[in-house]
Design a protein around this ligand. Structure first.
Ligand code: CAA
Length: 268
């Protein structure tokens, strides 16, 4: 993996942990970090040894690992943006955010503190969100005279429904981890010290299954979400056909028929 100024990437078995690391800015996303994220995600996607990616926030400048996931897009950088520059900034972030959403590896956001604006948005671009019990979510943009620009108006409504998304965005009010769990923005909430261990446990559970099948299931869910049900089910049948022609299918079903616990999945 390349070296990055604002990202730290660690591999632990088949799990990669990508930490956004701008300790002086509570991991706010500036242009450089967004560019690095785009390159790092391409590197990770090309790595057959990585099956699950955990995205988290690095410690703040006082070395507190539970202060912030990502405190938004970088307000100091955005302050001087012209309209075309702001549009370009939004489009620049769309690329890595779509990679998180569509890459063949499963992406888990381990939200370890503030997830505001672009921070909430990057978490929403991941497949699954886990939160520490001190995490705070919000889309504060209208209080800054702007609107969410990294997919927030779209992904929040898709995740929690229009009414709740509109309330959060129009009031610019933050919600805590329990409320985020209640409205379906996060899958689980854990005591902060246990968040990373729980994220890795979830990753391992996913990694035990056939990775290629998991990636095809991810594509089926993503692609079908915005389709009408008839075409979506037909698309699923096509992908169901594809996974039936794999080594892993013979291996998984063979293990069942032979009463064998060990499975040697190799496709990815
Ligand atoms: N951009 C740039 N710098 C930021 C930042 C951000 N989004 N969030 C925090 N920082 C910086 C602070 O300026 C501060 O820097 P200095 O030490 O140099 O002054 C440092 O990080 C620590 O932050 P605070 O001193 O403010 O920490 P706190 O504990 O008092 O408050 C906080 C924490 C409530 C998260 C507060 O920092 C905050 O409100 N941050 C901004 C959150 C926000 O509005 N995010 C949305 C941005 S807009 C967006 O994301 C648009 C989009 O969709 C594209």
């Amino acid at each position: 993996m390349a070296e990055y100024n604002n990202l730290k990437i660690e591999k632990d078995g088949a799990t990669a942990v990508l930490s956004i690391a701008r300790p002086n800015a509570l991991n706010a996303l500036n242009s450089e970090t967004i560019g690095e994220l785009n390159s790092a995600l391409s590197e990770i996607e090309a790595d057959d040894s990585v099956k699950v990616l955990i995205v988290t926030g690095g410690p703040d400048k006082k070395d507190n690992p539970y202060k912030s996931f990502v405190a938004g897009a970088d307000i100091k950088e955005m302050y001087d943006f012209t309209a075309p520059e702001a549009r370009a900034f939004g489009m620049r972030a769309a690329e890595p955010f779509f990679k998180l959403m569509n890459m063949r590896q499963v992406t888990i956001a381990a939200v370890n503190g503030f997830a505001l604006g672009g921070g909430c948005e990057i978490a929403m671009a991941c497949d699954i969100r886990l939160a520490s019990d001190n995490a705070i979510f919000g889309q504060p943009e209208v209080g800054l005279g702007i609107i969410p620009g990294f997919g927030g108006t779209q992904r929040l409504a898709r995740l929690v429904g229009m009414g709740r998304a509109k309330e959060m965005i129009f009031t610019a009010s933050n919600i805590d981890a329990e409320e985020a769990y209640r409205i379906g923005l996060v899958n689980h909430v854990y005591p902060k010290e246990e968040l990373m261990a729980e994220a890795k446990k979830l990753a391992e559970k996913i990694e035990r299954n056939a990775s290629y099948a998991v990636s095809v299931a991810k594509a089926a869910i993503n692609n079908g979400y915005d389709m009408d049900i008839k075409n979506a089910v037909e698309m699923e049948a096509n992908l169901f056909g594809v996974v039936n022609d794999t080594h892993d299918k013979k291996e998984g079903m063979g293990a069942f028929i032979e009463g064998r616990k060990e499975k040697n999945f190799t496709d990815f």
